[in-house]
Structure formats: C-alpha cells, structure tokens
Design a protein. Structure first.
Lengths: 785, 177
C-alpha cells in the first residue's frame, strides 16, 4: 500500500515529465507555424494540436494540484481556442506572451520540484497579457490591473473525471477528428519512465559490478596459484617414497628395526606413522583434484560474469543514451529569441543524424552550443540589409548537425555569415602580446583561426576590433576539453564559418593512467596524456627562473604533479632526476609534468564527486578500484591552467647545472638575512652566487672573480658600511674592466630622489625591497643578461 | 506514470481523497519536539549528538582518500559498499581545531535533504532519549555559533540539527575553474 506522500510524489513526478513534453510540443508547433506558409489545412491541424496540448497540460496540472500552472495553462488554452476558430491570426507578437507563459510554467515546476509552493504572483503580467489578447479579440473590456474572474470548477481536490482529449473544450464547434499528438505516451507500447537519477544509480551499480568482476578474476587466479602447493607435495612424496617403502617393508619384517629404535620409537608407533603419511598423501591428492575442478569452475564463472557484466554495462550505457534531437530542439526557441533580440532574421536548420549520446555528454554540450549560437547570431550573421547588399538572402542560415563516428559524437554549427576576420585576429594577437610579429607571418590560416580559442585572446575590449567574434571561446574550448573533446573552426571570408565539436559518446567509461604522487594515487584520463617521456637530469635546466625539460630540442615548461595539485613538495619528490614526465596539453601549450611513478593503465568507471562536493580544482571525479580503494580522477584542463600559473618548487640537481655554462651573480648586502635569501633564490634558479658584505669587499671579490670565470651581474644593497651601493655602482661604471657589468640595486629606500640617484650612478635596475618578490628579481636579472 | 493512469486507479484515488480531507482538517500537532532518540558521539575534545533517525549506519572510518585542494572540513572520499561518499569533519565550521582521527575512528553515514555524507566521530558513546530543554551553547551566547547547533544538553553534548548542518552553504565545495 502506497502512502499518501508516495502517491503525491508519483503524481508530481509524472506530471513533471508530462508538462515538459507538452511545453516542448507547443514550442515546436508554434515555431513551425511561425515559419509555415499559408496552407490553411495544415495550419488548422497544427492549431488543433496546440489546443489539445494546452488542454492536456491544464488537466495534468489540476490532477497534480498545482493551481498556478493550471491557471496559466488555462489562459494559454483559451488563446489557442480563439486562434483555431480563426478569430485571431498567429503572429510573432502573439507568440511572445505564449512563450513567456510556457517559460513561467517551467519555472513554477522547478519551484514545485524543489519543494517550494508554486506562487502565481510573480507571473501575473504573463497571465494578464494572455487574458488581454483573448478579451480584446472577443470584444470584451479588459479590466486594467485586475484579474478577471475565472470559471473555477474545482478548487481543492481534483475529482473531475479526466477530460477526453477530443471532447471537453470551451469551443462551440469541434473538428471531427484531431491529429494524434506526436508526444503522446502510450502504455501499450510497453515502455516505462525512469528518472535519470535511477539510471545514474544503475550505472554506478554496474561500475561496482565491474570491480567485482575484476575481484572474481583475482580470486580465480589465486585458486590457480594454490595448485602449486599440492604439486610441491607430490615432488616431496616422489622423492621420499622409495625410502618410505623400504621403511614400511623393514617394519613389517623385523619387529624392532634399528632405524626406529634410534629415535626411541617403538615398533607399535612406527606403523601408524607410516599409515598417517600414506593417508596424508591420498588426502592431498584428493584436495588437488578438487582444487583443480574448483579452479576450473571459478575461471568459468569469472568468464560468465565478465560477459554478462560487459553486456549489462553496455545496455545500461545505452539506456542513458538520448537522441541528439533532445539537445537540439530546445535550441530552436533560444535561437529565435536571440535573433529577435539582435534584430536579425535567422533560420536554424537541425539535423540530428540519428545520433545518440550519453545524457551527461549532451548536458555538457548545451552551454557550449548556446555560446556558439549566440556568437553566430550576434557577430557571424550580418544584418538583413548587409546580407542583401552582399547578394545573400536576408534571412541568415544556421545549420546544426550531429553525427556519430566510432565512439565519438561530432557536432557542427555552420553559419552563412561574414566569416572570421583574419586581419582583425592578427591585430588582436599582436596587441595582446600572444604572438610575435615574426611568428605571425609564418602562421598558416588554420593556425591563426586557432588563436581565437587561446585564453587571453578574447576580452571584452576586443569586441569592437574583432566584431566580437571569439568572445569567451577559450571557455568553450575548456568546457569541451573537460569532456575529453576537441573543438575546431573553419572559415571562409564572406561565406560563413563552421565550428566542429568532437566529444566521446559517453563520459562514464574510459581509460586512465594510475599515477603515484607523494604516496597518493591518482588517475589521469589517458586522452589527456600526449606521451610519457623519461626526464633525465641532463635534460632539465632553468630558463628564466623556471624549470624546463628539453625534449627533441624544444624547451618545455616542467612542473611536478604535486605542485599542480597544490600539495607541499616532499623533499624526496622535489629532486627532479631519473623520473618520468607526462606531456600534457598540445601544440604551444605542451607542459611536462613529473610524477613519482606510473603504476599502469586502468579501465575506469568515472563517478561524479559526491555531495557536498560540486567542483574541486584539479579533480574531475573519482573511481573505485578493484580492491575497493577510491582514486581521484584528475582534471587535465585544470592541471594545464595551474601549470601556466605555477611557481617552481623544483630543485634542479647539481649535475644538471654543471652541464650548462654558469652565470655568476655577485650579491652584496650587509644583512646576512638578505644575503641568504637572495643566494637561495638565485641558486634555485640555476645561478652561481658569490657573496660580499659591503662595496669595498665587492670590488675585491670582482677582481678575484676576473681570474675565475668573471662575474655576469651584480646585485647590491644601497645602505652599507664603508662603500654604499651608489658609490659601488659609480666605481664599477668608472672602471674600464666592469663598466658593462649589469648592476641591480635592491633597497628599502623608495623615494624618487633615491631612484634617480641610483640610475644616475649607472644602475641598470632598481628594485624596492617592499615590492620584493623572487619572480621580480629573477625576471629583472633575466632581462639584463 | 501517466496522470490518467493514476486517476484510473481506485486505490490511489482513495489516498488522494483521504489526503484532501486531512488537509481540510488543518495541521496536526508536531510530535517531534523532545524525547527524540539521539546518538551521542565524541569528536576531539567535545561530545555531540544528532537524531538517530538521520543515521543510516555507523562503520569504522577505515581507509579514505584525501582530495587535494579541498577545505579542511573535507576529510576525503570513502567507499561505502560501492558508493562514493564524502567524509566530513564539521569542526572547522565551528572554528574548532582539527585533531587527527584516532586509529579506531568511526564514520557516521547520515542522510538528510537528499544529501548523504559520512561524518567523522572519534567514538560513538550511546543512543539515548534526547533532552527536551537545552541550554544555549557558549559560542551561541557569544553570537558566534552555527545555526545548526541547537544547544547544550544535560550531558554537556552539543545537540546538532543535522538537516540544517547538511544544508549549510559553507559545506558546498564549488571552485570555479
């Protein structure tokens, strides 16, 4: 027996799904009507369908006891009734309040599902807009600001029998037959509705079953290994068997054999001992036989379990698949709204190609497509006047297509607008400092288009320069990459541009590399890893204060996974040599990432992080391994982002430094703290550091150094005994030998006068200690060398 | 399930009508005040209680997987019979310093408002009837307590309002990429 609450929950859930279908059906029909040419027969059929959808929506809302929705649906129904009787002609202006009312119903349903009461109050304007249309059409006065009395049949409990779809309607004349709703759900078809949460749970259970399968495989292997033990006994038995036989024979011949007497064992005891050995042998033999049988059966069971689990996993995966149409169709309304807002005329052609993909994948693509659609409408499609002038149809065309290729879903969005502006992209790339002028000339057209996806390329300021094309496209790319997908663009000037997305059909099952970092295990999706390369000490050096791995003659930013995850660097882990590095990212954004150990490749069923965790930086989800342990799945997009912003904590081994020409820096400061700090920073960055405590000593050290490889740069304090920094700088500049030596003054004195005095003395740079951070120092030094 | 189908079901209609009648009679008295069964547990220096009806099970903390980049109240992820749950220690939310969990620490699997998590407990003390009258907690007197601390009972345990605790917006970890 179901409880009251359970039944209401079921009613609500049923209605929640039903209303969404009715609303979508109405939107689809309305859009069709807006674009349809005058074909009165077809129009009438569509209007009839609209009326029926609204009527069913109203009935369902009444049954579910959601009066606010019922009321809105009622007004929409009234309006459709007027429309289909030909008293009013459907125009975009009439459609707007209908769309608004349908959106309001969606919002109300969200409130109801979240357990809040649905209040009609915020939606009075939508309600009144509809009422006004109907009343004006019927020649009734519209009371301003007041709600007209509603014919309410049942207020509290829905006891009215369900209205047959065809019969009960306020209209006087009914067509003989109405076309069947395309969204009608027929129980006779043998389908059931499931919540997506149920499917998620099923998927998780299947994942657990898969780990059980792996455990069964381990058990089976263990059973097979057990066969070694009886085998060892058989060998022992074979070897001792002749001796035992002799002993048995001698015991039966002579009552007290010499051998037995030696151990103080009587004759009466020897016979049972020998007998026990024989018995043990036959027991072990029997055990061996049964073990062999057991092993065989365990292996068979494991095979069967694996086969069933794989099939089950595949089928559950399929049940989670939705047609790409479920993603595309709602976009038609959004496109219409965006186009109206932008004052453009746009026709969206949709071809889902029969493609299906996991719900999670389609969910992830929704925002991406919205973004691309908005870009195409706002900046790709020209105004009707411009289009006509360019010899195009005034109505812009957008084509949204889907296709399946192997295990990937391909989605393309093409517009027939102006295309990307190459020269604007070049200007923008130069002005934002992303690309040097020399590089720009070498770049192919395709490479230039790729720039629009680079973070920092598109900013609000660039809207004008670039016709806004590419605003936030870096977000599009990171969203797609987070789904292990790729995004590309092709453009033809004047003819339009096409964005193509390629994502896996399902996010739940994939392969990952099991990594060990500072004693913890992590999985990194294998798609994210370009290569695994050794990171020998001689390939690692410091460039511009950042650790770098040279690979195939190309320097790559090197970091440790622990750094990227924001973990404290372990002393052991900080030593860079003799380890493996993973190459992450692609093209210009390639980063080498050091890991302690690669434990292997692993098939994984990714689970989302449990509540209350929504999004954790660097972690995309987690999976449960065969041994029951939980392993976080890393988010490669976050790691790359972290790599670009990282400060190194990587210690370069002495061998690595010895192999490159050493840059010697003389640090002069009377404070031991400052000397030590600067020495550590500079040595960590790969410089050889020599110290002096004041200007006089510094001059002496410089002279010594001249015979031992020389000095490349001088970093000096200002306020020092004997010879201060200004005077030291002046002396250096005055000497023929050191006049070209770069000098950096580091000081706590920060007045314009001091700064000028420093520069006048001949210093190349002046760093104020208050602003002192190690990167400033390193950057300054690397600029001067 | 389709509305029409529900409407066609006599049993369901009976329940719906029953519900309508009961709604018409107004609200019933709230029986949940006082005398509720509570579970008392120890965590660090303090003792706490929460209503038993929210506790699905108690299990040893066992092994857990720490997550990088999460606030200190997230201990990590645990596998509870094939399900992934977050293990939490609510003390940082009360500005109480963390102490490392003892070797035999327990995990209280609790659920409210559709959120299921594991709460760390150093040890479970007992299950008993809760007090109906509570004293104001010292932190609350100072105006610094969380809304989900109901008060202090006669055993000097802080009584926690679990649904409110799990609904605390500070618990939600949502780092913008």
């Amino acid at each position: 027996m179901l409880t009251d609450d359970e039944i209401m929950a079921q009613v609500l859930e049923a209605f929640h799904q039903e209303q969404a279908e009715h609303r979508q059906a109405m939107v689809d029909v309305l859009l069709e009507l807006e674009h349809a040419r005058d074909n009165s027969g077809e129009r009438q059929a569509l209007l009839d369908q609209l009326f029926r959808e609204a009527h069913s929506l109203k009935g369902g809302a009444r049954a579910a006891g959601i009066l606010a929705v019922e009321e809105l649906a009622h007004r929409v129904e009234d309006l459709f009734s007027v429309l289909r009787q030909g008293e009013l002609v459907l125009t975009p202006e009439i459609c707007d309040p209908i769309y608004a009312a349908l959106d309001a119903i969606g919002a109300l349903m969200q409130q109801v599902s979240a357990g809040h009461p649905a209040s009609l109050e915020p939606y009075r304007p939508q309600l009144e807009a509809l009422t006004r249309l109907v009343r004006e059409t019927r020649g009734l006065p519209t009371p301003l600001g007041t709600q007209p009395p509603m014919p309410r049949l049942q207020a509290e409990v829905p006891v009215e029998p369900p209205a047959p779809p065809v019969a009960a309607a306020p209209a006087a004349h009914e067509p003989a037959a109405l076309p069947a709703s395309t969204h009608h759900w027929d129980p006779a078809e043998g389908s059931v509705r499931l919540t997506t949460a149920t499917l998620d749970r099923l998927m998780n259970e299947t994942g657990e079953l898969m780990t059980c399968t792996v455990r069964a495989q381990q058990r089976s292997a263990e059973a097979r290994n057990l066969a070694d033990l009886p085998a060892r006994w058989r060998r022992t038995w074979r070897q001792t068997r002749p001796a035992l036989s002799r002993l048995t024979a001698s015991v039966s011949e002579t009552p007290a054999s010499a051998a037995a007497q030696l151990a103080g064992i009587t004759h009466a005891e020897v016979a049972p001992l020998l007998h026990a050995l024989d018995e043990a042998n036959s027991l072990i033999a029997a055990l061996d036989q049964r073990l062999a049988l057991y092993t065989q059966r365990a292996a068979e069971d494991h095979m069967r379990l694996t086969a069933v689990t794989d099939r089950l996993h595949d089928q559950v995966r399929r049940t989670r698949m939705l047609s790409a149409a479920t993603l595309f169709n709602p976009l038609r309304l959004q496109t219409r709204d965006m186009a109206r807002a932008a004052g453009k005329r746009v026709q969206l052609n949709i071809d889902d190609g029969g493609a299906e993909a996991d719900r999670q994948v389609l969910d992830g693509l929704r925002d991406v497509l919205m973004h691309l659609l908005r870009n195409a409408i706002d900046h790709g499609i020209e105004s009707p006047e411009q289009r006509v002038a360019a010899g195009k149809a005034p109505e812009g065309r957008l084509a949204l297509r889907a296709a399946v290729n192997g295990d990937r879903l391909l989605v393309s969005l093409a517009d027939d607008g102006a295309g990307l502006d190459l020269s604007a992209i070049q200007r923008r790339a130069l002005s934002s400092g992303l690309v040097a002028e020399a590089d720009l000339e070498r770049m192919s057209e395709g490479e230039l288009y790729e720039l629009i996806f680079v973070p920092g390329f598109s900013t609000r300021e660039s809207v004008g320069a670039l016709s806004g094309r590419g605003v936030g496209l870096d977000v599009v790319r990171s969203n797609v990459e987070r789904m292990h997908g790729r995004v590309g663009v092709e453009s033809l000037a004047g003819a339009g541009c096409t964005f193509t997305l390629s994502v896996p059909l399902s996010l739940t099952s994939s392969h990952g590399l099991l990594l060990s970092v500072a004693g913890a295990s992590y999985l990194l999706p294998i798609d994210a890893v370009q290569r695994i390369v050794p990171a020998p000490a001689e390939a690692i050096c410091i460039i511009e204060g950042r650790p770098t791995l040279t690979l195939d003659g190309r320097p790559l930013l090197l970091c440790t996974l622990a750094d990227l995850l924001g973990q404290e660097a372990q002393p052991r882990a900080a030593a860079a040599s003799g380890r493996l590095a993973l190459l992450l990212g692609n093209g210009e954004r390639l980063v080498a990432c050091l890991v302690d150990e690669v434990l292997g490749e692993q098939e994984l069923v990714a689970q989302r992080l449990p509540a209350p965790l929504r999004r954790v930086r660097g972690v995309a989800g987690a999976t449960i391994l065969a041994d029951g342990s939980v392993v976080p799945i890393l988010d490669a997009v976050d790691l790359l982002r972290a790599a670009r912003g990282t400060r190194h904590s990587l210690a370069v081994t002495p061998e690595a430094e010895a192999r490159r020409p050493q840059t010697t820096v003389l640090v002069v400061d009377d404070s031991i703290t400052t000397r030590t700090l600067e020495k550590n920073i500079l040595e960590a960055a790969g410089y050889r550091v020599v110290l002096a405590t004041d200007g006089t000593e510094a001059m002496a050290v410089l002279n010594q150094l001249a015979e031992h490889g020389g000095c490349n740069l001088l970093v000096s304090d200002v306020d020092m005994p004997r010879l201060n920094g200004f005077d030291l700088t002046a002396q250096v500049r005055a000497s023929a030998r050191y006049k070209h030596l770069p000098v950096v003054l580091v000081t706590s004195l920060d007045s314009p006068a001091d700064r000028e005095r420093g520069i006048a003395a001949g210093a190349d740079a002046y760093i104020v200690k208050r602003h002192f951070d190690q990167q400033t120092l390193l950057d300054t030094i690397s600029q001067l060398l | 399930m389709k509305i029409d189908e529900l409407r066609g079901n006599a049993q369901i209609w009976q329940v719906l009508e029953q519900r309508a009648r009961e709604l018409a009679q107004g609200e019933r008295g709230d029986e949940s005040i006082g005398g509720e069964e509570i579970l008392a547990f120890r965590l660090g220096e303090g003792s706490y209680t929460l209503p038993v009806r929210f506790v699905l099970e108690v299990q040893p903390l066992g092994s857990y997987t720490a997550l990088p980049g999460t606030p200190s109240f997230v201990i990590g992820l645990v596998n509870v019979r094939g399900r992934l749950l977050a293990a939490l220690d609510f003390r940082p939310l009360l500005d109480i310093a963390l102490t490392p969990p003892p070797p035999n620490a327990a995990l209280l699997i609790v659920s409210a408002g559709g959120v299921e998590v594991g709460l760390l407990a150093d040890s479970v003390l007992e299950v008993r009837r809760g007090d109906t009258a509570l004293a104001t907690s010292p932190a609350a007197s100072a105006g610094q307590s969380a809304a989900w601390v109901r008060g202090v009972d006669s055993h000097l345990c802080l009584q926690l309002d679990l649904p409110a605790l799990l609904a605390d917006p500070r618990l939600v970890v949502d780092v913008e990429g």
